[in-house]
Design a protein around this ligand. Structure first.
Ligand code: AMP
Ligand code: MG
Length: 349
């Protein structure tokens, strides 16, 4: 398949390109596009065949459901059985934005889109290119992250091209994304709202809007006996090619510990890397030290994490260490992604 690559940014939307992309989606084709979280791989959410094509293009297991993207609240009733009052409260505050809500699905949504579930995940993104594309496509775009399954979610079009060139009809390059981590997912189909995936919209922000919210217990540690409630969270994500270990503790202990490990790696002739912060980056002796940003600015850390994991792969780093982050606020989402990338390998010093 020949993949057409077009550029457009939020401030100057190329209407002709968006119209063409919308037509591709309406005809059952695939278009990768920027959102504020990460790039998405879009197909018509109400077309069962399009969803099958998405799974194929990503190499994604078909029991891992897709998120349906809408551009206005008017689009919601047609795809869900009921809209709980919590959904209105959250939509009021956080839509458009990086929050996905789980509803009971209506018959309009094919089971291929929901990975066989009777529930559907819905998000209204805030990225203007995404919103224009959803409108042009007829209102419902199923879109998982635009990476090959198991790779870090793409934060730049370059990475989408790397993973999906030749596998999709069009890639829209809208520059670097803003947030860099996938949306927060909250399930509204149970008695109490439950967070199934942490993200930029934090537990505290959700609790502020709803009162009490729970977090799926499987998110921050490995539970051999429990499956996560979001089917996708059970798969090892973002696995870098080398080994990754997270080192948790006070800075005065973490830096020397990592440096000692780096010397060992060097002695064994292994290429090493560290995910450091602005505060510590000059203290490490690794072959590749990547600064994720300042500890004072966790949003910057979130934005750079997936890019750094991809850079380590590009540079063929074999042994990697990452500093840990506080497990609350945006840090919870950063640690959730880091833990998955590290296969939950954490050392406390
Ligand atoms: P991605 O689009 O790559 O960010 O993946 C979508 C995520 O949403 C996966 O982790 C899915 O398991 C999760 N998801 C989508 N639909 C549902 C649903 N109906 N119930 C629970 N989780 C869902
Ligand atoms: Mg994904």
């Amino acid at each position: 398949m020949n993949t057409k690559i077009v550029k457009t940014d939020e401030n100057h939307i190329d209407d002709i390109a968006i119209k063409e992309a919308g037509e591709i989606l309406q005809k059952g084709g695939l278009v990768a596009f920027p959102t504020e979280t990460v790039y998405g791989l879009g197909g018509d959410a109400l077309n069962a065949d399009s969803s099958v094509k998405i799974y194929e293009a990503k190499g994604r297991p078909s029991d891992n459901p897709l998120i349906v993207h809408i551009a206005s609240m008017d689009a919601l009733p047609a795809i869900v059985k009921e809209i709980p009052k919590e959904a209105y409260l959250l939509a009021e505050k956080y839509w458009p934005g990086p929050l996905t809500m789980i509803f009971r699905k209506s018959d309009a949504v094919p089971l291929t889109t929901t990975g066989g579930l009777e529930t559907v995940a819905v998000r209204m993104p805030s990225h203007k290119v995404a919103l224009a594309l959803i409108e042009a496509a007829g209102g419902y775009v199923a879109a998982p992250s635009a990476n090959r399954s198991g790779r870090p979610s793409p934060t730049l079009a370059r990475y989408v091209i790397e993973d999906l060139d030749g596998r999709v009809d069009m890639i829209i390059d809208g520059g670097e994304v803003n947030i860099g981590l996938e949306s927060t997912i909250i399930d509204l189909t149970e008695e109490k709202p439950v967070i199934l995936r942490p993200g930029y919209i934090t537990e505290q922000m959700l609790a502020q809007a709803l009162g009490e919210v729970e977090t799926d217990r499987t998110l921050m540690q490995q539970h051999a006996d429990l499956a996560p409630k979001a089917p996708g969270m059970k798969y090892r994500h973002y696995a870098p090619k080398g080994s990754l270990v997270i080192v948790e503790g006070r800075e005065e202990a973490v830096v020397p510990y990592i440096n000692a490990q780096l010397s060992e790696a060097k002695a064994e002739g292994l290429k090493s890397g560290v995910i450091a912060t602005e505060e510590t980056k000059d203290a490490y002796l690794a072959d590749c030290v990547k600064c994720a940003g300042s500890r004072q600015d966790e949003e910057a850390v979130a934005r750079s994490l997936f890019r750094i994991l991809r850079e380590f792969d590009e540079e063929e780093v074999q042994v990697m260490y990452a500093e840990a982050f506080p497990r609350d606020g945006v840090g919870q989402a950063i640690m959730n992604r880091l833990l998955k990338a590290a296969g939950y390998h954490v050392i406390t010093v």
